[in-house]
Design a protein around this ligand. Structure first.
Ligand code: ZN
Length: 161
């Protein structure tokens, strides 16, 4: 069986940046399942997986525009320090969820702190980062009707509901 639209693909993966620093891997949580063709993984990885078979190893470098996008410097914002009252140990690298006007949640990362201002960055932490994936295809199966309806994988490693 080859990976095609509506396949449930289970993969082992290692993700590194261009300095060969490991960013993420399936090692901690076990093989990662996703629904192929449903936007469950970044576009560059999805197209690299198309047509692959169980046991195939894929090495691919994905540029930001096919990953988490380019950085948008307008998402860097200075916020008065007093807006963080109640948070004792605010430190660089901390992440907060901020409600947006459209009701969604945006994750922002603290970049700098001084007495008066905190600079937060609303870019995805991997925006602007080329992503070097090494993937091994562990399993491929057809999605169930229910999975297609929900647009995600059910069962181990997927949504439990
Ligand atoms: Zn579901």
């Amino acid at each position: 069986m080859q990976i095609k639209k509506n396949s449930v693909v289970t993969m082992d993966y290692h993700l590194r940046d261009d300095e060969n620093t490991i960013i993420d891997s399936s090692g901690d949580s076990g093989p990662f399942p996703y629904l192929h063709g449903a936007g469950g993984v970044i576009p560059g990885l999805e197209s690299a997986m198309e047509g692959k078979k169980v046991g195939d190893k894929i090495k691919v470098r994905i540029p930001p525009e096919e990953g988490y996008g380019e950085r948008d410097e307008s998402l860097l914002q200075s916020v008065p320090r007093e807006n963080f009252q109640g948070i004792d140990d605010i430190s660089v690298g901390m992440q907060f969820q901020t409600p947006m006007e459209d009701g969604s949640q945006q994750v922002v990362t603290v970049m700098t702190i001084d007495d008066k201002q905190v600079t937060v960055d609303g870019n995805h932490p991997l925006a602007g980062v080329p992503l070097n994936f090494e993937v091994t295809v562990v399993d491929i199966r057809d999605a169930t009707d229910e999975e297609l309806e929900h647009g995600h994988v059910h069962g181990p490693g997927g949504h439990e509901h």
